[in-house]
Design a protein around this ligand. Structure first.
Ligand code: ZN
Length: 327
């Protein structure tokens, strides 16, 4: 081999080694770093999506599992537990199942005689786009209901808080943010959230609201904190929390026709042993709830149900009971 050829050969070798080092660098360092960056971005995107979904699903977690479970025996347990609680409480306190002293009878049953059972219509997550329409229908039908409100950052809806109260309805609390992650992060974050919505409602309406509904219900599976701790604190502060034993399922599937939503409510109400607390929503995206409300009220009245707002005297429907109060 001539010197020239040797030089060329060496240069080639050196170049090959350089290439190898470069490739090795890319493979061992740059690619993993890029991959990490990509995954981090993706993770934060998914995290955000998850939050949005949690918001959208809202009570969906419980509602969905409620509807799902209804098909098997688990929910029967849940429902039966709720019924048992109703039975236990009302019979202990009043000696009968339905409690006609609770709530203000807001509507003389025109079509039918009172059948002994009361239906409490409750609307969660407002105020929003549909709240005024719902208030109008309730007024037209002379029915009082309960609104579990959240904080709405859009000031256009702030007068609604007062309108709910002025309409004779019960204003109740359903968290400030409704973001599960924030509400249920710790006992402190829960306390802060409840206090914020309580004080906001007080500012808007002058009402010291003491009726509360957990986002996702007391049987939610999203809380990082033991629900017993949260319930214990609510009790200490004088709040009463209400879940539901009837629902339309409007938040689970937003495209269900109003007739079907009403049928869902009616089948729960008719099967309930005692009174019914009905979960619905006054979210702007759920127009079918508004569309069917008039017919739902008419049917309930015609079957002899009394419609009333929740108040201090209403026996709570609770999916999860406080264990420490010896009940
Ligand atoms: Zn909700």
């Amino acid at each position: 081999m001539s010197d020239e050829k040797k030089k060329n050969y060496n240069r080639k070798n050196v170049n090959a080694i350089k290439r190898f080092i470069l490739v090795a660098f890319v493979v061992m360092f740059a690619i993993p770093v890029l991959l990490c960056v990509f995954l981090m971005v993706r993770m934060s995107q998914l995290d955000r999506k998850l939050d949005e979904l949690a918001m959208k699903l809202e009570d969906g977690q419980s509602v969905a599992s409620d509807s799902e479970l209804r098909k098997d025996t688990n929910l029967k347990d849940l429902d039966e537990q709720a019924y048992e609680n109703i039975e236990k409480n009302t019979t202990e306190e009043h000696g009968y199942l339905s409690n006609p002293e609770s709530g203000t009878p807001t509507d003389a049953i025109e079509e039918s005689e009172y059948n002994g059972k009361t239906v409490y219509l409750t609307f969660d997550d407002g105020p929003g786009e549909n709240t005024q329409d719902i208030l109008d229908i309730l007024e037209e039908k002379n029915v009082k209901a309960t609104f579990f409100v959240c904080y709405n950052a859009d000031e256009r809806y702030w007068p609604m808080y007062k309108r709910i109260v002025e309409g004779g309805h019960t204003i109740a609390l359903h968290s400030y943010s409704h973001v599960y992650k924030t509400v249920y992060e710790s006992l402190d974050s829960f306390k802060e959230d409840v206090t914020l919505i309580h004080d906001f409602v007080y500012e808007q309406t002058g009402v010291d609201a003491k009726i509360y509904r957990f986002p996702g219900g007391s049987s939610n599976t999203v809380s990082s904190v033991d629900m017993q701790e949260l319930i214990g604190w609510l009790n200490e502060e004088g709040y009463t929390y209400y879940d539901w034993n009837a629902l339309s399922g409007d938040a689970v599937n937003t495209v269900v026709a109003s007739e079907e939503l009403n049928e869902n409510v009616l089948s729960y109400v008719r099967n309930n042993y005692g009174d019914s607390v009905v979960l619905m929503h006054d979210l702007g995206t759920l127009d079918n709830t508004v569309d069917g409300l008039s017919a739902l009220i008419d049917t309930l009245k015609s079957e002899g149900y009394r419609l009333a707002p929740l108040d201090d005297g209403t026996t709570p429907v609770q999916h999860v009971k406080y264990k420490k109060d010896g009940q």
